[in-house]
Design a protein around this ligand. Sequence first.
Ligand code: NAD
Length: 359
Amino acid sequence: MTKKITVLPGDGIGPEIIAEAVKVLAVITADMNLAMVFEDGLIGGAAYDVFGTPFPEQTIAQVQEADAILLGAVGGPKWESLDISVRPEKGLLGLRSTLGLFANLRPAVLYPQLEQASTLKPEVVSGLDLMIVRELTGGIYFGQPRGVRVLENGEKQGFNTLVYSESEIRRIAHSAFQIAQKRNRKVCSVDKANVLECTELWRQVVTEVGKSYPDVALSHMYVDNAAMQLVRAPKQFDVMVTSNMFGDILSDTAAMLTGSIGMLPSASLDANNKGMYEPIHGSAPDIAGQGIANPLATILSASMMLRYTFNETEAAERIEAAVHSALDAGFRTADIYSEGMHKVSTAQMGDAIVAALKG
Ligand code: NAD
């Protein structure tokens, strides 16, 4: 059956980088006879400008019908003064909650050709390939009660609630173990079980789920140690699974180990592996419209889509190999450029990937 992909370019550099990812997908799907159709939609500021809301009914219907969603980025100075309820970022939150995308996958891969972009020593990061699986729809970011209250003595007090039910922990743990089965079969669960009862339960449930995956080695680590280990010896990790807030922080740390924000894709999946795929970077308004943005994070997001939603491993591997070839051949957008390399535009980088796929 033909698969339907909703393409949401969004704002800033979104349309420029998405065009290159769609170009690459068109080539690989034609070449491998994969039946996929692409339908454009509006989200973020681009949707607000037309409909007065960042996540309009029309887009809601489109993403509900789709098998997967490919998104560029949202936001920019034009919409920063809007009421928070209609800011572009609300479109993303709406999409995640409408589709129940609870598993956020953030790989951090250091390409050997870009070793010098990392601030860490080459021997510490060279060959780095880890995956952070972050719970995305629960935990302290959503827990109730929350707010700021005034105490009897007149002092204000801010409060939030860290809460996870067994079923929420169980489903993210299953995601992590299944992903590890497709990689190096190691899961490190990150918690703060020595201080927080909620994460004590997290540890118990992950351990129990782990018994169903005897082929995957499970370890546990406190979050403070995990932060330290990520910069001390990041190659010890394969898959890390953790809660919403810990994952938010650790995944940005892991991203920076690679030194190049324009190279990193992400996926957010539901229980059936329907997913939304997007680069980890934002809409980069400072370079929007100049044709110089790096499209590789978006192209690699498309490759994750082929792997995780459509199980088209070979097609995903071919795109990843094409990215390696283009880097080997010296093609670099401005953000990853170094002396002696061949500086290219957004579209030229897309063309280089297409050429590598065809070659
Ligand atoms: P950003 O990621 O957009 O940009 C940070 C820096 O990285 C900028 O200097 C930018 O030019 C550069 N950069 C980012 N992507 C690049 C690429 N593909 N190629 C080359 N350089 C790239 O973060 P920001 O500046 O903090 O935010 C800009 C806007 O994006 C804000 O409105 C923010 O809310 C939004 N944002 C959206 C998302 C998303 O859509 N998921 C994520 C983060 C930020």
